[in-house]
Design a protein around this ligand. Structure first.
Ligand code: ADP
Length: 274
């Protein structure tokens, strides 16, 4: 899909020249070109995605102007304008978040991030949507666990996973958000009993703007950026995100991040030096 010469191909052609320098330079240029192609692709996609809500708001504004005499219609159009402008806001926020993360640079100053706080905040964010669909969101095992990272990024990742779990679940089902420590890492699991994801789409859902058959769910829809943000947050933290899903039965996403010893545990660690 990406333009630019594949690195393997270049290596094969240049290697016989026997110059490591030339090879390194060519590989550098190849990488640069690939990054540039990804950037161009992203800008094109962003422009396209922004046009949809902006266009809708424009049409609705016209409709409001024309329906000035009909308060019921004005109210209906104004309501839809609100939905579209919320969508625009979400899109812009996620694009900004993603553009900050795309370099996958390791974090500069990671700190202890309280998993319980992050999960509680994420659950609070989806409370209204979950209540509207009678979905119970249960949490467990989150107390006393800390990850080593950036609080805003971890919060954005967990919120995206929890919001998807609620958004792609049927009314009356339940979502669980749990955490456990495992060999120096903390694994945060978000399990739903929702619509699930077809096996052949599982690789693609982490791509920017990718949505599984947008027609099958959420009429106003998401942005297709949430999981891409989760993937980049995992990368900047040296962690990983995994998914299991059965169509029609539900999905499980796990986000694994490096563990930070809690302040209480940290006291048990012998001090270095002196
Ligand atoms: P969106 O804003 O569309 O939710 P995401 O990047 O978060 O974008 O997710 C990409 C796609 O993956 C979604 O459009 C949806 O088709 C699918 N998906 C993500 N999470 C779930 C889930 N918990 N259950 C079912 N499908 C999901």
């Amino acid at each position: 899909r990406r333009s630019g010469v594949p690195a393997r191909h270049v290596t094969a052609r240049i290697a016989p020249l026997g110059s490591r320098l030339v090879l390194a330079l060519v590989e550098d240029r190849t990488r640069e070109r690939r990054v540039e192609a990804v950037r161009r692709d992203f800008v094109a996609n962003v422009s396209h995605e922004l046009k949809t809500p902006v266009g809708a708001i424009r049409v609705l504004a016209d409709a409001v102007a024309e329906a000035a005499e009909d308060p019921v219609a004005v109210k209906r159009f104004a309501g839809r304008m609100l939905i579209e402008s919320d969508r625009l806001t979400q899109l812009v926020q996620q694009i900004i978040e993603l553009s900050r993360l795309q370099g996958d640079e390791p974090l500069e100053a990671p700190v202890a991030v309280d998993v319980d706080e992050v999960i509680s905040a994420a659950v609070d964010t989806v409370e209204v949507d979950a209540a509207g669909k009678h979905i119970s969101v249960v949490t467990g095992g989150t107390k006393g666990l800390f990850v080593f990272g950036n609080e805003d990024q971890v919060a954005a990742a967990v919120t995206n996973l929890v919001s998807n779990a609620v958004g792609y679940s049927d009314p009356g089902s339940s979502v669980s958000v749990t955490a456990k420590a495992d060999g120096g890492a903390v694994e945060i699991s978000v399990v739903d009993q929702g619509i699930g994801i077809p096996q052949d789409e599982l690789d693609r859902i982490f791509e920017r703007f990718y949505r599984v058959d947008p027609a099958r769910h959420r009429s106003t829809g998401g942005t297709g950026l949430g999981l891409s943000i989760v993937k980049h947050v995992a990368a900047t933290h040296g962690g990983e995100v995994r998914v299991w899903s059965v169509e029609g039965q539900g999905s499980t996403f796990t986000l694994t991040l490096p563990q930070h010893l809690s302040p209480e545990n940290a006291r048990l660690v012998p001090a270095h030096g002196s």
